[in-house]
Design a protein around this ligand. Structure first.
Ligand code: NIG
Ligand code: FE
Length: 412
């Protein structure tokens, strides 16, 4: 099946195949073609260009896009989409004055979600997660990473990763799975953190790896969760099983996790709400990609990742939603892009690059998604008739999306 999209007001993020992640000043450049066409066949982009060179095809269904913009779908490189139930009571407690840490110390937080998830069947968990996946696809997300980490037992972690595997099998959007058993120390291991880390490394990880259920390993490297020694052990164990590394780090405290992760060759370091000069230096020395999660800062009312400083240091930046029940219960990447502009002082061009092209590198999907490129998946957003693409972050509460195509199919 072929489709030809014509009279596109502006086709955004058009790039030739290949290319490196965008750093510093190059993030300001959002390449576009005004008055453009886009030609797709089956699940791929086969051509695009100026309307004056549009093909004269009789085999394609023609879709007129006058007054509308087309841009690649968002790539959300950090989510916790698999969970059961909600945590609205904690939300109310936080409004009443408790902090995220206070709630965790009372047995809430991640342990609260783990208790719920352990008691939920695979079928129910799949159904709950699928609703969220469909929702984010409608909001324009065309590739997503999903973490485990609310299981915290061998069986429950496996159950989460099997839900992710089933979604991979049933949906055409690229999905990457991350093993995050080191998300919190379970109650049963209170004061025995080392024993829990041993169990993760010796028991759960080999099971996961043998069944090919994860692409990445992650650790919540934070005071009260996992320290540098635990993080190093877990990273190295994951690498032995050929898992690449993504780390939750510097959400509340900076104590060397960024340097450690970058020296061990992590693909990404995520959160970075607290960022010191030493952390920036460590990032400049390596190739680890910094990922900001402004939805978490908004929801928990904690500092925003200094994205401006990161870009001004000639580093790359990626934006992701962190969709999870505790610190960012939204996977709306349109809002994430708006927040990055409004709160982190990114320009709309930088924010769109961070959530599309750069984000594809955070999931090793730069050959498949992230830009309008011949040979990449036909995954894109068609906007409503809006005055400018800058309207996307500017009209932050409005839905500017008319339709979403993922892997050549219209999402309804
Ligand atoms: O990325 N900070 C660690 N993990 C999640 C939150 C998990 C939760 O509160 O359920 C995050 O913010
Ligand atoms: Fe997270």
């Amino acid at each position: 099946m072929e489709h030809l999209f014509t009279n596109i007001k502006s086709l955004l993020q058009v790039r030739e195949p290949g290319g490196e992640i965008l750093k510093g000043g190059s993030m300001s450049n959002l390449p576009k073609i005004d008055m453009a066409f886009l030609h797709i066949k089956e699940d791929k982009i086969i051509d695009f260009g100026s309307m004056s060179s549009a093909p004269d095809t009789i085999t394609a269904e023609v879709i007129d896009c006058s007054g509308k913009f087309i841009l690649p779908t968002w790539v959300d490189s950090h989510t916790h989409l698999v969970y059961s139930g909600h945590r609205e009571d904690e939300f109310a407690d936080r409004i009443g004055g408790l902090s995220y840490e206070d709630i965790a110390q009372k047995g809430g937080g991640i342990l609260n979600s783990a208790k719920k998830l352990q008691a939920t069947s695979f079928e129910k968990l799949y159904a709950e997660t699928e609703v969220r996946l469909k929702e984010i696809m409608q909001l324009g997300t065309g590739a997503v990473e999903i973490k485990s980490g609310y299981g915290l037992t061998s069986d429950a972690e496996l159950k989460m990763l099997k839900v992710i595997k089933a979604l991979k099998d049933n949906y055409t959007l690229p999905i990457k799975a991350t093993f995050l058993a080191a998300h919190a120390v379970p109650k049963e291991y209170k004061d025995q953190k080392g024993t829990y880390v041993d169990m993760v490394i010796d028991t759960i990880l080999p099971r996961i790896a043998k069944q090919g259920l994860a692409d990445y390993i992650d650790v919540f490297c934070e005071k009260g969760y996992f320290d540098l020694e635990d993080t190093e052990r877990l990273i190295k164990a994951g690498q032995k099983h050929n898992l690449k590394v993504k780390i939750h780090v510097n959400q509340f405290n900076s104590f060397g996790g960024v340097k450690l992760a970058s020296e061990l060759g992590a693909l990404t370091v995520d959160h970075l709400e607290e960022l010191t000069e030493d952390d920036v230096l460590a990032l400049k020395k390596g190739t680890t990609i910094p990922v900001a999660l402004p939805g978490c800062s908004f929801f928990l009312q904690i500092p925003y990742t200094p994205g401006r400083q990161i870009i001004d240091n000639n580093l790359p930046l990626v934006l992701a939603s962190d969709f999870n029940p505790g610190s960012s219960p939204s996977g709306n990447m349109n809002f994430i892009v708006a927040l990055a502009c409004i709160k982190m002082k990114l320009t709309p061009e930088e924010a769109i690059n961070a959530a599309t092209f750069n984000a594809s590198f955070a999931l090793d999907l730069q050959d498949k998604v992230g830009s309008i490129t011949r040979g990449k998946l036909a995954s894109f957003i068609i906007t409503k008739k809006i005055p400018s693409y800058r309207t996307l972050p500017y009209a932050f509460g409005s839905n500017c999306i008319e339709s979403v195509w993922i892997s050549g199919q219209l999402i309804s």
